[in-house]
Design a protein around this ligand. Structure first.
Ligand code: ADP
Ligand code: MG
Length: 689
């Protein structure tokens, strides 16, 4: 296959240029063709100007002229610089072309009466228009009427010029013209009215028109998203086929009892999510579902219902949380919900005594324990279930895809898998990252909870904020103070949790029980502090973001976030979800040094917006599509053209068509040939994972 040939097979590429190209990640001809010009940076040379019509504004323009005179000159003074001036003319006027440095060798060789096609930056000189020349060519009358058209601009490295690149690219394209197989199914191309591959390739590098450039881009964006989705679908098909799924019965006695015991009724959002989950569980096909719900949207009770359903069908369920604190909290909640139904629950964490652990493992293996809640400790080799039919992970963003799979592998069946996340992932991203998962999304909160009032203060108001803190404590509420760092700051304007803790304890909060919580404490210390805070003994908790995840203390009514400018919007939203869990009006105070107006500006949206999904999208926009929280981090290939924020509609369409194409695992053969035709193996990677 010609595209696998090294770039040195092209004219003008020797060892030196090959090494330069290597730095751009280009080693084969295929890599070269995959190296698209910079987005939105094409230069428009499709209009040929007459000399009198050139705008003397420093922009690049294209014109032709006949050589009238060539002379060398130099600029005097300290920065003495030699240059060559070529004066050209057409029927409308004269212009002086300036050539500097290495450009001069070529310029000195042009002869009077030759006609040049010039791209240059035109400005006004002392007596006439002048142009610094970007590039020029001898004009061949055979080209009459032809202009350089729309020219690509590549993001290059030293040693390679735009002209080099264009020349390499033309050679590669002519190879492609000699025979390039399609890389998308024919019917998909037809259905979506996409450009043929070769046409798209030619137009992405050397567009015939802006319209064709747009169509070329559309084709490649679609192609990326389509192949990615095919890969994800294949991955999920492959995974399902191995073990038999579990078909749970209709909702029975225990789920009914649990619903009856609840002190509230489910919201319509919760009901909708529960219906979807319940139906999935009744299907022999294993569930792969993500339950997205903003902080406090009430996901826990949904997981309890699912666990009760597994148990009432005679199976076991487990719930894995990313931290010990959260696992314990879930365990307490599950005990409360499930033990009255006659179900046996147990908790498995790293902190257990050997004998306790042994007993629990025995209970799980014998099927005596119905529900296991725990941390990563659940994943350990010797943890075996008798009949696990449901594996739930909470706050999935803290777990890798492998760990999710590892948990599911604890069963001789293919268990139903439910992933709960409070990290609002924009739907578009979820489709990519979890393309193989179905999504249930719960928006909003259960009734009766007042939205957290969010205030924005700068450093000079610190005393006021501290007084507010004291006021809250005096009326019996509790508070969090969240800091980005644990120890003494190595960054200006950033106060560490330790500093703040000392400052409060010895200052405004003298005599008030406070504690310092951070990730470097041992599991047991953390648990003790958390327990003290939950029971109300500790009034103010100074913490790093370890509290981000799921902790529930309804009496906490104030959260102060130090150096709020260092956090993402969605992260702050998650943090503030720790307050406003009770009856009282709660507050979140964002403190910033106030030395950077932009970062303060960015935080303003938090005062009015209470929609985690929207905030996550804002974050994504701010961070730019290029570096969204990396697909690579999820084991997926990078996208060159597609932008998952902008291309939502294409994602949806690509997913639909990918589903049609990949109805079953056998259909992989159809896609395989297209993967082989790709210039790189980015997409092959997901199929092989
Ligand atoms: P999260 O989605 O963040 O895990 P939780 O499940 O912890 O949220 O729920 C937050 C709080 O809301 C809990 O105290 C829970 O008991 C309560 N809650 C859940 N569902 C409802 C409801 N339908 N009506 C009233 N309160 C509810
Ligand atoms: Mg939760």
């Amino acid at each position: 296959m010609w595209w696998k040939e090294p770039v040195t097979s092209l004219k003008g590429i020797g060892a030196k240029k090959a090494a330069d190209l290597e730095r751009l990640g280009i080693s084969s001809v295929g890599d070269l063709l995959n190296f698209y010009p910079r987005q939105d940076a094409y230069s428009d040379y499709s209009k040929l100007n007459t000399i009198n019509a050139l705008a003397a504004d420093g922009t690049k323009q294209v014109f032709k002229g006949t050589v009238y005179r060539v002379r060398d000159s130099f600029r005097q003074g300290r920065g003495r610089q030699n240059f060559t001036v070529v004066t050209v003319r057409d029927a409308t006027g004269y212009i002086d072309l300036y050539f500097f440095g290495a450009q001069r060798y070529g310029a000195r060789k042009v002869k009077p009466d030759e006609t040049l096609l010039v791209i240059g930056r035109v400005t006004r000189g002392r007596t006439s228009k002048i142009a610094s020349v970007v590039s020029y060519d001898l004009w061949d009358d055979g080209d009459a009427g032809k202009t350089p058209g729309i020219q690509p601009v590549y993001a290059l490295t030293e040693g390679i010029t735009q002209k080099n690149m264009a020349s390499f690219m033309r050679q590669a394209l002519s190879l492609a013209e000699g025979g390039i197989p399609e890389s998308l199914p024919e019917d998909v191309i037809k259905k979506c009215a996409l450009l043929e591959r070769i046409t798209a390739l030619k137009n992405i590098h050397f567009p015939e028109s802006w319209g064709m450039l747009k169509k070329a881009r559309e084709r490649f964006i679609f192609e990326e998203l389509f192949l990615l989705q095919c890969g994800l679908i294949y991955y999920s098909l492959k995974r399902q086929e191995v073990r038999q799924g579990v078909k749970h019965g209709h909702d029975g006695e225990k789920t009914a009892q649990l619903l009856k015991n609840l002190p509230f009724s489910l919201t319509p959002e919760q009901n909708g999510a529960w219906q979807e989950i319940s139906l999935d569980m009744q299907n022999i096909k294993p569930m792969h579902r993500i339950l997205q719900g903003d902080v406090g949207s009430g996901k826990t009770v949904i997981s309890a219902l699912a666990l009760a359903k597994a148990a009432e069908n005679g199976y076991q369920g487990c719930l894995m949380a990313p931290t010990e604190i959260l696992a314990m909290q879930h365990y307490e909640t599950m005990k409360e919900y499930l033990e009255p139904l006659g179900l046996k629950t147990a908790v498995l964490t790293g902190g257990l005594k050997a004998c306790e652990r042994k007993e629990i493992l025995a209970g799980l293996a014998a099927g005596k324990i119905d529900i296991a809640v725990g941390t990563h400790a659940l994943l350990e080799e010797d943890v075996k279930f008798d009949a696990l039919s449901l594996a739930i992970t909470d706050e999935q963003h803290r777990f890798g895809v492998d760990q999710r799979a590892q948990l599911a592998n604890k069963s001789s069946f293919a268990p139903d898998v439910l992933v709960m996340t409070a990290t609002p992932i924009p739907r578009t991203l979820a489709l990519i990252v979890y393309g193989d998962l179905d999504i249930s999304a719960m928006k909003g909160r259960p009734p009766g909870r007042k939205p957290v009032q969010t205030l924005l203060y700068t450093e000079e108001k610190r005393d006021e904020v501290y007084n507010g803190l004291l006021r809250q404590v005096n009326v019996g509420s509790q508070a969090y103070v969240v800091c980005p760092l644990i120890e003494a700051p190595d960054v200006m304007n950033t106060r560490s949790a330790e500093t703040i803790y000392e400052e409060l304890k010895n200052g405004v909060l003298k005599g008030v029980p406070c504690a310092l919580l951070h990730g470097r404490l041992k599991g047991q210390e953390k648990d003790e502090i958390m327990a003290g805070f939950a029971e109300g003994e500790i009034k103010v908790l100074v913490a790093t973001t370890v509290i981000e995840v799921g902790v529930n203390v309804p009496n906490a009514a104030l959260m102060v976030i130090e150096n709020a400018e260092r956090f993402g919007l969605a992260q702050i939203h998650q943090l503030r979800g720790r307050v406003g869990r009770g009856e009282k009006q709660s507050f979140c105070v964002l403190l910033t040094p106030g030395d950077s107006p932009e970062s303060t500006e960015r935080l303003k949206v938090l005062r009015t917006c209470d929609d985690g999904f929207r905030l996550a999208e804002e974050d994504l926009k701010l961070r730019g599509a290029g570096q969204l929280f990396g697909l690579r981090q999820h084991g997926l290939p990078d996208l060159h053209m597609a932008d998952i924020l902008r291309d939502t509609d294409v994602i949806v369409k690509a997913r639909r068509l990918a589903k049609e194409t990949m109805r079953n695992e056998g259909d992989y053969g159809k896609i395989r040939q297209f993967l082989d035709m790709q210039f790189d193996d980015r997409f092959q990677m997901i199929f092989n994972s």
